[in-house]
Design a protein around this ligand. Structure first.
Ligand SMILES: Cc1cc2nc3c(=O)[nH]c(=O)nc-3n(C[C@H](O)[C@H](O)[C@H](O)COP(=O)(O)OP(=O)(O)OC[C@H]3O[C@@H](n4cnc5c(N)ncnc54)[C@H](O)[C@@H]3O)c2cc1C
Length: 318
C-alpha cells in the first residue's frame, strides 16, 4: 500500500481540523485531512448553528462545515475520507495508519472530536434539533418564555439548567436521585423561581409532532401512574461525551476526564503532535472554540516546522 508524505497530517475534518488545515495550507505546508465521515462529527449533526460569528443564524452545522472544508481545499488541503486506526508518534516523522494507505507527516494534529452517548430515551433521536438539545448555551435563546426540561444531575446538567433559567418560563429539572444536601450548585438551582424540581423521577418518553417536541412522559418513584407534561424543549445531560482517542493508545498524556493534555500552543506531551477541539474535553465545547484551537495549532506548527527545515526522512535508504 502506498505511503504518502506530507508536512501536516490532521486526523478529523470538523471545525478544528478544517481551520487548522486552512491556516497550514495558506502557510504553504503540504496538508492532508483524514476524516472518517464528514456527516457524523458534532458540528455536522448540529441542525442550526445560531452562534457562529458572521454566518446566518439559519445555517445548519453541516452547511457551515462544508464551507470550512471547501475553503481549506481551495487553499490546497488534500481532504480524504479515511478512518485512522493507529498512529506512531515516535521520531521526527509521525506515521498515521488508515485502510486507504499510510501517511508520514512532520507534524501530526489530533482533531477527532468527542463522541456523545447514543440517544437512549424514546423520541430523543427523532426530535434531536427539533426540541431535543444537548447544549443550552447554543440553543437556550430559542426557548424564551417557553417551558423546557433538563434531564440529569451531573455538573453539566446543573450549569446548563442555570443558563436556561435566564430564558425559559419554567425549567423542569428531572433527576432520578435527589441531589446531595451539600451540593451548593443544586441548592442554588432549586432556589430559582422558575425551576421545578422533579425529584426521584425518570424520563420515559419525549413526544412531539412535525413541529417538534410537545411534551414528555415521566414516572416518579412515589407515584403509581405516569405523568405527561407539555413543554417545548428537552435538554439531556446523562453522561458526558468522551474524547475519541482510541487510535492513540498511551503515546501521549491524557487528563483524568479523558481529554488530551496540551499547552498554550495546543502542543501535546509528544513533540510534533498537537490536539485541538473537543478531543481536549474543553469546558466549553463550541464550534468557535474548536476553530480557534485549530488556528493556534497551525501557527505553532508553522513556527515549529520552519525551525526544523533540514530534517530528512529516515525510511528511504538511497
Ligand atoms: C447536537 C450538538 C449541537 C451543538 N450545537 C452547537 C452550536 O449551536 N454552536 C456551537 O458553537 N457548537 C455546538 N456544538 C458543539 C460543536 O459542534 C463542537 O464543539 C465542535 O464541532 C467540535 O469540533 P471538533 O472539530 O473538535 O470535532 P467534530 O466536529 O466532532 O469533528 C470531528 C471529526 O473527526 C472525525 N473522526 C473521528 N474519529 C476519526 C478517526 N478515527 N479517523 C478519522 N476521522 C475521525 C469525525 O468523522 C468528524 O468529522 C454542538 C454539538 C452537538 C453534539
Amino acid at each position: 500500500m502506498e505511503t504518502i508524505e506530507v508536512d501536516v497530517a490532521i486526523i478529523g475534518g470538523g471545525p478544528a481540523g478544517c481551520t487548522c488545515a486552512l491556516y497550514t495550507s495558506r502557510a504553504d505546508l503540504k496538508t492532508v485531512i483524514l476524516d472518517k465521515n464528514p456527516s457524523v462529527g458534532a458540528l455536522a449533526i448540529t441542525h442550526q448553528i445560531a452562534n457562529y460569528p458572521g454566518v446566518s443564524s439559519e445555517m445548519s452545522g453541516e452547511a457551515l462545515l462544508t464551507l470550512m472544508r471547501d475553503q481549506a481545499i481551495e487553499y490546497g488541503t488534500d481532504y480524504r475520507r479515511a478512518q485512522v486506526f493507529g498512529v506512531d508518534v515516535n521520531g521526527d516523522w509521525k506515521t498515521v495508519y488508515t485502510p486507504e494507505g499510510t501517511f508520514k507527516s512532520r507534524a501530526l494534529v489530533l482533531a477527532s472530536g468527542a463522541m456523545g452517548r447514543p440517544a437512549s430515551f424514546k423520541g430523543e433521536a427523532d426530535f434531536l434539533g427539533r426540541g431535543v438539545s444537548y447544549c443550552a448555551t447554543c440553543d437556550g435563546a430559542f426557548y424564551k418564555n417557553r417551558e423546557v426540561a433538563v434531564v440529569g444531575a451531573n455538573k453539566e446538567a446543573l450549569e446548563e439548567a442555570q443558563v436556561l433559567t435566564k430564558f425559559a418560563s419554567v425549567v423542569h429539572w428531572i433527576t432520578s436521585n435527589d441531589p446531595k444536601k451539600d451540593d451548593l450548585h443544586a441548592q442554588d438551582l432549586m432556589q430559582q423561581p422558575n425551576v421545578r424540581h422533579w425529584s426521584k423521577t425518570r424520563l420515559l418518553e419525549i413526544d412531539g409532532n412535525e413541529g417538534g417536541v410537545t411534551g414528555v412522559i415521566l414516572k416518579s418513584r412515589s407515584e403509581e401512574v405516569q405523568q405527561s407534561l407539555s413543554l417545548d424543549g428537552v435538554f439531556v445531560y446523562m453522561s458526558g461525551s468522551k474524547p475519541i482517542t482510541d487510535f492513540i493508545g498511551d503515546q501521549i498524556a491524557f487528563k483524568e476526564d479523558g481529554g488530551v493534555v496540551v499547552d498554550d500552543f495546543m502542543a501535546t506531551t509528544s513533540e510534533g503532535v498537537w490536539a485541538i477541539g473537543d478531543i481536549r474535553n474543553t469546558p466549553f465545547k463550541q464550534a468557535v472554540v474548536a476553530a480557534s484551537d485549530g488556528c493556534i495549532a497551525a501557527m505553532a506548527i508553522d513556527r515549529f516546522l520552519n525551525s526544523r527545515k533540514a530534517i530528512r526522512v529516515d525510511w528511504v535508504h538511497a
